[in-house]
Ligand binder design. Structure first.
Ligand SMILES: NC(=O)c1ccc[n+]([C@@H]2O[C@H](COP(=O)([O-])OP(=O)(O)OC[C@H]3O[C@@H](n4cnc5c(N)ncnc54)[C@H](O)[C@@H]3O)[C@@H](O)[C@H]2O)c1
Ligand SMILES: O=C[C@H](O)CS(=O)(=O)O
Length: 495
């Protein structure tokens, strides 16, 4: 493989704000490591409160001119950005795999998805319509128009560092907002690479910034700022709740894409091969580090033994390794601690009565075992009960707990027995059952005989403690718009 970060023009080790590539005021930095090897990839600035305040001021200034541009102009800049992202797909994917660890095949797909959000909102920018509503009173007109909220902020996770970046920045820019983005400290480089291409596309100085460093320090300035009118957060429910509390004093608009505990219900009238293939893709994408992956696998008891055996056989055949290798199916988890946490989850489940069908070990044959690697084998557990921690908590790793059920009603009750409500899935060939069960599931999203449900045209988001707001789709841009109602009086012809 010829790629090296040092040789990549998009590899940036400075933050981007106020239209410039800058170090922290106090020159402090933090290291970013390769989760597959533990090697240090580079450093990024650990920005100070003053740096953040400067970025917010620059955003407020830039917002005035950016929002005054026509929607057609904003769309044209976003379209240029879209083209540049695709033109640099391989470099962006390699940067992502280096810092996040996912297989290069998945990183390429994520770059495509990231670009798709930019293209979609370039189009949506020109469809921010209003209303003229027939007035109940003569001589008046009721006008409704939509306006950008102003300076917005985004805080993004490490698991999809590119698609979460554009899923927030693209609609904000399309709406006419300015946005400051704080990427995860574990995966800043791909966000900075996207920023370099956005700058090249012609986004004006200050309209967007990428602020690196301590999230607590950066977010404290953001949440306390009267200038920042909107926060879009993707991450754990725990942190989401903290941000909501921190933002209450300044009554900010909020979008919360939080944790999940997705059930997949596999009925005995399903296409079993399709269900197992879907389960493999759903559970082991990004080594299970996704908010929508199957966290609880409910299989109707009449087919459970067959499904477990075939699923475990497929899981055991997955190839662990460095994400840069083309034949890697599963890369490392984000940190060695995450791998250790997986081991503890499995050990706890076994103590509670679960049985390991395959996996259950740390490490990877192709990578020298040392304390810095973060590999964990794809693991299938059976004989899991709904009260076990492995079924109650979000796993966020390659562990697949299988539970049984007998009736449709029991399956629905089990699936809904959680405080989360993000994604859910059903495999059945009975149309009536598909409709009844998907109607009864208390989730923001339901995949029926399909697990690849996330794309730019669909409203992505959850309910209950998985958050609120929607990303993507025609609804996504509304998160960055305020509605204004004008009552136009005095229109009657003088007597
Ligand atoms: N709903 C979604 O679309 C979605 C997508 C991806 C991840 N997630 C969820 O995110 C979690 C895993 O991702 P993660 O580990 O990055 O989540 P996290 O909540 O630990 O971190 C998310 C972001 O918040 C920052 N952060 C962490 N603690 C903070 C604090 N106290 N104050 C301010 N910022 C803070 C992090 O640096 C990161 O940038 C899982 O629960 C997963 O379900 C949800
Ligand atoms: O982890 C959460 C992501 O939103 C998953 S997806 O890429 O949107 O499916």
């Amino acid at each position: 493989m010829s790629f090296t970060l040092a040789s990549c023009a998009l590899f940036k080790q400075q933050a981007y704000h106020s239209g410039q590539w800058l170090d922290a005021k106090d020159k402090k930095t933090f290291e970013v490591t390769n989760p597959a090897t533990g090697d240090v990839l580079g450093t990024c600035p650990s920005l100070t409160e003053e740096d953040v305040e400067n970025a917010i001021s620059a955003a407020q200034e830039a917002f005035r001119s950016w929002s005054a541009q026509t929607a057609a102009h904003r769309a044209s800049v976003l379209k240029r950005w879209h083209g540049l992202i695709l033109a640099h797909k391989e470099d962006l994917a390699r940067i992502m795999t280096s810092e996040q660890g996912k297989p290069i095949t998945e990183s390429r797909i994520e770059v495509d998805i990231s670009a798709a959000y930019v293209e979609w909102f370039a189009e949506e920018a020109r469809r921010v319509y209003g209303d003229v509503i027939p007035s109940p009173v003569g001589g008046r007109q009721t006008l409704v128009t939509k306006h950008p909220v102003g300076v917005a902020a985004a805080i993004t996770p490490w698991n999809f560092p590119a698609s979460m970046f554009t899923r927030k920045l693209a609609p904000a820019l399309a709406a006419g907002c300015a946005m400051i983005v704080r990427p995860s400290e574990r995966t800043p480089f791909v966000a900075l690479a996207f920023a370099a291409l956005a700058e090249e596309a012609g986004l004006p100085p200050g309209v967007f910034s990428v602020l690196t460093g301590s999230s607590r320090r950066i977010v404290k300035v953001i949440t306390e700022s009267q200038t920042v009118r909107k926060i879009s957060f993707t991450g754990s429910t725990e942190v989401g709740k903290s941000l909501i509390k921190q933002s209450a004093d300044t009554v900010k608009r909020m979008s919360m894409e939080l944790g999940g505990n997705a059930p997949i219900l596999i009925f005995d009238d399903c296409d079993i091969e399709a269900a197992i293939s879907g389960l493999m893709a759903l559970k082991f994408r990004n080594a299970g580090q996704t908010c929508v992956c199957a966290n609880r696998i409910f299989v109707q008891n009449s087919i459970r033994d067959e499904v477990v055996a075939r699923f475990a056989e497929r899981a055991a055949a997955l190839k662990l390794g460095d994400g840069h290798a083309e034949d890697t199916d599963i890369g490392p988890l984000i940190t060695p601690d995450a791998a250790q946490k997986m081991h503890e989850i499995v050990q706890d489940a076994v103590k509670a009565g679960a049985r390991i069908v395959t996996g259950g070990q740390m490490g990877c044959e192709d990578v020298a075992p040392n304390e810095k690697t973060a590999f964990y084998q794809p693991t299938v557990l059976t004989d899991v009960t709904p009260t076990m921690d492995v079924a109650r908590n979000e796993i966020f790793g390659p562990i697949a707990p299988v539970l049984g059920f007998d009736t449709e009603e029991e399956a629905i009750a089990l699936a809904n027995d959680t405080q989360y409500g993000l994604a859910s899935y059903i495999y059945t060939q009975d149309l009536g059952r598909a409709w009844r069960v998907s109607d009864a599931l208390e989730y923001g999203m339901v995949g029926v005989n399909e697990v690849a449900i996330s794309n730019e045209v669909a409203p992505f988001g959850g309910i209950k403690e998985s958050g609120f707001g929607r990303e993507g789709s025609k609804y996504g841009i509304d998160e960055y718009l305020d509605i204004k109602y004008r009552c136009m009086g005095g229109l009657a012809k003088p007597a």
